[in-house]
Design a protein around this ligand. Structure first.
Ligand SMILES: [Zn+2]
Length: 273
């Protein structure tokens, strides 16, 4: 019995070597043809057309779930110490921001030189339920952008019964605690201006020099992210208000209009090349 078993193993090993030898011959023939130029891959690009540089998709991280259990995802690009936090879609009836923020993530992923010494955290759809239903508030009918623990906070039905009562606001709060950004840009519509809170006047002016939105100081609203991050925590924060009709243009056009301004925030205080 033992003898039969040993023989069986031996035959199997011989078979394994035969198969391996077969592959070695095939690979050898392919190598000779490739080197001599006879072999041409059917996918080979035509002369003069550079193949598109392959870049892995932007990795997504799970930050938490919305009231209706939609995942809230974010990306982190770069490894440096200078940190910019980009947020879009806090208000669900402002759809242009999420498109622009996703485009920005893809652009940075394809241009890693911009990330040397920097880290960019991007939360493109902060209020996924609101975006789904195209409503400003979340499904508890609370304005996420009034639900933060700022010094000027007011509890109410619209602003939430208490600070961070809404999971979507709590996710933003947690990401700020976790990453401790040097500056924050929150993308909105439709007021067509660059508003700021905290020590962010120079940053606002820098961003405004790369687009046609004027700097306008709106004032710290009760419980807003601007009031909390800018005034309470002292982090420079921009409320980047695009136009209403920016919802109707392509993402490429959005990027043409506002991309450099966002890059100016990330590269600040350096200029955009
Ligand atoms: Zn808004």
């Amino acid at each position: 019995m033992l003898g039969m078993l040993i023989m069986f193993k031996h035959i199997n090993r011989q078979k394994y070597h035969r198969v391996n030898n077969k592959y070695a011959v095939i690979i050898g023939i392919w190598a000779v043809f490739s080197i001599s130029g006879c072999y041409q891959s059917p996918q080979a690009p035509k002369l003069g057309i550079a193949p598109k540089k392959a870049v892995a998709p932007v990795p997504q991280h799970f930050a938490g779930i919305s009231v209706e259990n939609r995942p809230v995802m974010y990306s982190v690009l770069g490894y440096g110490d200078d940190i910019t936090f980009i947020i879009a879609g806090i208000h669900g009836d402002e759809p242009a921001g999420p498109y622009l923020a996703n485009y920005l993530a893809d652009y940075l992923n394809r241009n890693p030189d911009l990330l040397i010494g920097r880290k960019v955290v991007i939360l493109p759809a902060a209020n996924p339920d609101g975006l789904e239903y195209e409503k400003r508030f979340n499904v508890n009918k609370v304005d996420i952008n009034r639900n933060f623990p700022s010094d000027n906070r007011i509890d109410s039905n619209d602003f939430g019964k208490s600070a961070l009562s809404e999971p979507e606001a709590h996710i933003i709060y947690t990401l700020i605690q976790q990453y401790k950004p040097d500056r924050i840009v929150s993308i909105h519509q439709p007021y067509a201006c660059i508003d700021y809170d905290g020590p962010a006047e120079a940053l606002a002016n820098q961003m405004a020099s790369y687009c046609d939105l004027p700097v306008e100081k709106v004032g710290a609203l009760p419980g807003s992210l601007g009031s909390y991050a800018g005034v309470t925590l002292g982090i420079p924060i921009i409320t980047f208000e695009m136009r209403e009709n920016d919802s109707n243009i392509t993402t490429q056009l959005l990027w043409q209009k506002y991309g450099k301004s966002l890059l100016a925030a990330i590269l600040y205080p350096n200029p955009v090349q």
